[in-house]
Design a protein around this ligand. Structure first.
Ligand SMILES: Cc1cc2nc3c(=O)[nH]c(=O)nc-3n(C[C@H](O)[C@H](O)[C@H](O)COP(=O)(O)O)c2cc1C
Length: 243
């Protein structure tokens, strides 16, 4: 676990490498500026096809990215996500075989390919996480005990536990893509064969690989933003409709 680096961490229990200013900024000096920065990062993110194979990423920046990705929400704050940052060129070469040919150059060229894993038994760690939250004064003991009982009951169903692990790891994956974009990196989610990924990286049964994500600097030739369905096509107010 990363050591807390701010006063905010003492009261909140957060242990990310983010500074208190970045995480806990209570009111933004320039809301509009912040919003346009956000939209810039959001709309510039595309699934990159071409990565600069000469660019590198340091382990410390990988850690910062994961600190930012871990600000994503999760059910009961279980934080089912775990990350494997594959930076070793030899392992990246082996990882190529877990995806189709058209994706393989990305895994070879991007300086890091992340495997975002979901913890299928994340609720087993919840008691300790809740204790920390209670100790930090952010939750009362009674509510924490209710949460724990609820979580144990809900996730006693392995399918529910799996769904939740996928949801949480997916949210962390999206947050990771935005965090990478914010730092000038490009990314690409990559379809993969989970059995091959498990074998190559030695992932135990407790975890399922949810997302494979190549991150690096862009080289030329990346496709422009792909079109989206219109809001009218995808939005219903208040009740379901056949879309
Ligand atoms: C779960 C998932 C798997 C994906 N797998 C691949 C893939 O194997 N190869 C690829 O080129 N893009 C892949 N993508 C990227 C999508 O094709 C891309 O996000 C989509 O076409 C929209 O384009 P945009 O992200 O550039 O806006 C994947 C995206 C997701 C979310």
């Amino acid at each position: 676990m990363v050591k807390p680096d701010s006063d905010a961490s003492k009261t909140t229990g957060f242990t990310s490498t983010l500074s208190s200013r970045q995480v806990f900024q209570p009111s933004l000096p320039n809301q509009e500026k912040h919003l346009s920065d956000f939209l810039d990062v959001l709309t510039k993110r595309t699934a990159a096809e071409h990565f600069d194979s000469a660019a590198s990423i340091s382990d410390s920046e990988v850690k910062e990215l994961i600190g930012e990705a871990s600000q994503a929400p999760s059910s009961f704050n279980i934080q089912h996500w775990r990350f494997i940052a594959v930076t070793d060129p030899e392992i990246r070469q082996r990882l190529k075989s877990a995806t189709i040919e058209s994706n393989q150059k990305r895994v070879a060229d991007a300086p890091v390919t992340f495997l975002i894993l979901g913890d299928l038994q994340g609720h087993e760690r919840l008691a300790g996480l809740l204790d920390e939250t209670v100790k930090a004064g952010l939750l009362c003991r009674e509510v924490a005990d209710v949460w724990l009982a609820m979580a144990i009951q809900m996730y006693g169903n392995p399918l529910a536990a799996r769904d939740e692990a996928i949801r949480s790891a997916s949210l962390a994956s999206m947050t990771l893509m935005l965090a990478a974009g914010n730092r000038g990196y490009v990314s690409c989610p990559i379809g993969f064969d989970p059995i091959r990924v498990n074998n190559i990286l030695g992932i135990s049964n407790r975890y399922m690989p949810v997302m494979m994500l190549a991150v690096g600097r862009a080289s030329s030739g990346n496709t422009a933003r792909r079109p989206r369905l219109s809001v009218d096509d995808i939005l219903a107010f208040n009740v379901f409709r056949e879309f």
